[in-house]
Every structure is written in structure tokens, then in C-alpha cells.
Design a protein around this ligand. Structure first.
Ligand code: HEC
Ligand code: HEC
Length: 267
């Protein structure tokens, strides 16, 4: 009699403790699930994710002694793109430089789209394959953009390439007024629109706040072209063009540059 009671009590206790343990595990997993949901994937700091982001700027020189990031469009073209886009080269579907007819439809897509395709790679409808960065991972986004502008402008286009920033001397000379104009415009767009969610004291969830360099560091690592593209097309809960469909690409870009450069960036 006694033994039966003890064993019944014992098994009830075991069930109770077992149930408690299961409940705790479930709670733990739920909390973990909920908290991991809050960190956006751009904040992913695994070694391979970080390596991938810093890779283009991590390499040093091109062989002609020009520092990474400062190479002009013509240099990049003659070293890399010419293999497939040279005037007398025949790679299926690759538009050849100075063959304007082959470029008309490409140029009509707009500079940002072409740069995006050249940076990220692009498979044409007929099977042509443009490799990301022309296959040279040492090229920065701006260097690829300069090469796109160079090629397109030799072939009937009229694009403005991102200026080469040479150390501290970048803001001197004739380029200064243009740079200041863009900065002023970016500030105006920011104050009118982006400030709603990107103000330093904004409570909007997940948005990188201006002057909060830590918020911006993982964003900046994506490169200017990607940031501008995300701001134009929208990105997760970030609305396209900050919600103003009438804002021009150039104005969105100026606002991105303004925000980023107030927050540790050098775009
Ligand atoms: C290995 C060959 C190859 C190299 C190297 C290469 N490209 Fe391309 N590129 C192509 C091909 C093929 C296409 C056409 C894809 C299609 O539309 O079918 C293309 C298309 C493009 C386009 C047009 C994309 C569009 O949306 O229509 C741009 C811009 C471009 N390349 C830029 C570059 C730049 C800049 C470089 C050098 C950094 C470069 N390419 C190097 C093969 C190459
Ligand atoms: C309604 C709120 C809202 C407005 C207005 C807004 N943003 Fe954002 N923005 C966000 C949020 C939220 C994110 C973060 C999205 C994420 O990563 O989850 C973001 C992210 C960004 C990013 C980083 C994208 C990336 O790839 O990491 C850029 C750049 C940006 N916004 C630019 C702008 C610009 C420029 C404007 C004004 C023209 C603007 N935003 C207006 C909410 C807003």
C-alpha cells in the first residue's frame, strides 16, 4: 500500500518536472525566435558575410599603381571590360563600344539600372551573360559605374560618372561647386522627407538614424550603388523614394549621400 502511494506520488512529480522542463524549453525557443526576428540581415556579422562586403575594398592595386577606388572608367574598361565590349570583339550579345546601335536600347534603361547590372551581373533574355563586375571583384561600385559611363558615352550616351575622390584633395578645384550643390540638395530632400523616419531621434523601427554611425556601418558596407538602388526601389519597410513617387533618381541619390556622409560614410 505504502509503496504504491510513493510510486504514484513519484511518477506525478516526474511528470510535473518533465512538463515544466518542456515548457521552459518552448519559452526559451519562442523568446529566441522573437529576438532574432528584430535584427535585420544587413547587420549579419558572420566572418564570411563581412568578408564578402569588404572584399572589393580589401584588395589593393590594379597593377598600374592606381589605388583601389580611384580608377577611372577608361582604365577599368581597357583592363577588364574590353575583353567582351571592345569595338572589334565578338562575345555573343555583348554591346560593343562605339557601336551606337547596339547601345541605344541599353542606354534607354537608365544609368542606375546599367550600373546595377554591371555590378551585380545580368543575364540577357537571349542567353547573354554579363558577369558581376566583369569578373574582377577588386573593382568598387564607383569604378564599375565609371566604366559603364565611359563605354556608354563613347557609344551615344551622356551619363555623368561618379567623380574620383583622391584623398583629401577631392573637394578642390572645379568639382567643388557641383559637389556642394548636390550636398545642399540632399540636405533639402532629407529635411523635407527622409527625416520622418531617419531623424537622429526618430522612433521609426529599424531605420538607420542619421549621425548614428553604428546604424549605418553595415548599410554603408553594401556600397553606394546598392544603397541608392534600395532607396529608389524600396527595401523591406523602407518605401520607394521615401514615399514620394515624384522625387527624381538624382534627388534620392543626393539624400542618400547626405545621410550616409553625416553618419560615417564617404560616398
Ligand atoms: C566575359 C565577358 C564580359 C566582360 C568581361 C564584361 N561584360 Fe558587360 N556584358 C557582357 C555580355 C555578354 C552582355 C550582354 C548581356 C545580355 O544582355 O545578353 C553585357 C552587358 C553589359 C551591360 C548592359 C547591361 C544591360 O542591362 O543591358 C553593361 C552596362 C555592361 N555589360 C558593363 C560592363 C562593364 C562595366 C564591364 C567591365 C567592368 C563589363 N561589362 C565586362 C559580357 C561581359
Ligand atoms: C516611412 C519611413 C521612411 C521614410 C520616409 C524613408 N525611409 Fe529610408 N528606411 C526606412 C526603414 C524602416 C529602413 C530600414 C529597412 C530595413 O533594413 O529593414 C530604411 C532604410 C534606408 C536605407 C538603407 C537601405 C539599405 O540597403 O540598407 C537608405 C539608403 C534609405 N532608407 C534612404 C532613404 C531616403 C533617401 C529617404 C528620403 C528620400 C528615406 N529613406 C525615407 C524608412 C523610411
Amino acid at each position: 500500500m505504502n509503496t504504491t502511494t510513493t510510486s504514484i506520488k513519484g511518477s506525478a512529480l516526474t511528470t510535473f518536472i518533465g512538463g515544466l522542463a518542456v515548457l521552459l524549453i518552448v519559452l526559451f525557443l519562442l523568446v529566441k525566435l522573437a529576438t532574432t526576428g528584430y535584427s535585420s540581415e544587413v547587420a549579419d556579422m558572420t566572418p564570411s558575410a563581412v568578408e564578402t562586403r569588404i572584399q572589393p575594398v580589401g584588395r589593393l592595386q590594379m597593377g598600374d599603381g592606381t589605388p583601389v577606388g580611384e580608377r577611372e572608367g577608361v582604365q577599368v574598361f581597357n583592363k577588364v571590360c574590353i575583353q567582351c565590349h571592345g569595338a572589334d570583339v565578338n562575345v555573343a550579345f555583348a554591346p560593343k563600344i562605339t557601336h551606337n546601335a547596339e547601345w541605344t536600347a541599353r542606354i534607354a534603361k537608365g544609368f542606375d539600372t546599367l550600373v546595377n547590372h554591371a555590378v551585380n551581373g545580368f543575364n540577357g533574355p537571349d542567353g547573354g551573360q554579363m558577369p558581376a563586375r566583369g569578373g574582377d571583384t577588386s573593382l568598387t561600385d564607383d569604378e564599375v559605374a565609371r566604366a559603364v559611363a565611359y563605354m556608354a558615352n563613347q557609344s551615344g550616351g551622356n551619363f555623368t560618372a561618379p567623380a574620383v575622390q583622391k584623398g583629401d584633395a577631392a573637394a578642390s578645384g572645379a568639382s567643388a561647386p557641383a559637389g556642394q550643390g548636390a550636398a545642399a540638395n540632399g540636405e533639402a530632400v532629407f529635411n523635407k522627407l527622409c527625416i520622418a523616419c531617419h531623424a537622429a531621434n526618430s522612433a521609426f523601427p529599424n531605420s538607420p538614424k542619421i549621425t548614428h554611425n553604428d546604424d549605418w556601418a553595415p548599410r554603408l558596407a553594401q556600397g553606394r550603388a546598392t544603397l541608392v538602388q534600395h532607396a529608389i526601389q524600396g527595401f523591406k519597410t523602407m518605401p520607394a523614394r521615401g514615399g514620394d513617387a515624384n522625387l527624381s533618381d538624382a534627388d534620392v541619390e543626393a539624400a542618400v549621400v547626405y545621410m550616409a556622409n553625416q553618419s560615417g560614410g564617404k560616398l
